[in-house]
Design a protein around this ligand. Structure first.
Ligand SMILES: [Zn+2]
Length: 113
């Protein structure tokens, strides 16, 4: 389950951010989840719950926003959603493409006191 690795990163970042902002108890963590990462939100939440025990994020609620994967065609330069057309450009048929969005996991913000 690679969710644990991501959860660990999020937790580390969240605690660093909290410390820098004088927060001692995190109540909410907002995460943006790229579609291409193949992460199951439930698994990520579970991992955070397990790893967060005994930390300042122990009772934090997770808010997950999904980000669709976006592809750019390097032949004709259009952008489209991967979920709709996959890895082949719907405009010119080229496979000379790259993923420009949707491979990221971002801790957008957190709340606490
Ligand atoms: Zn194209």
């Amino acid at each position: 389950m690679h969710e644990f690795g991501f959860a660990q990163q999020i937790l580390f970042l969240a605690q660093e951010t909290a410390r820098l902002n004088g927060i001692s108890k995190i109540s909410k963590i907002k995460v943006i989840l790229g579609e291409q990462l193949n992460i199951m939100p439930e698994a990520l939440e579970f991992a955070l719950c397990v790893l967060g025990k005994g930390t300042m994020a122990e009772t934090a609620a997770m808010l997950i926003e999904h980000r669709k994967a976006k592809i750019q065609c390097d032949t004709c330069a259009i952008r489209y959603y991967w979920a709709e057309y996959g890895y082949r450009c719907p405009e010119c048929g080229s496979r000379d493409i790259r993923i420009v969005e949707g491979t990221e996991i971002i801790m957008e913000y957190l709340e606490g006191e």
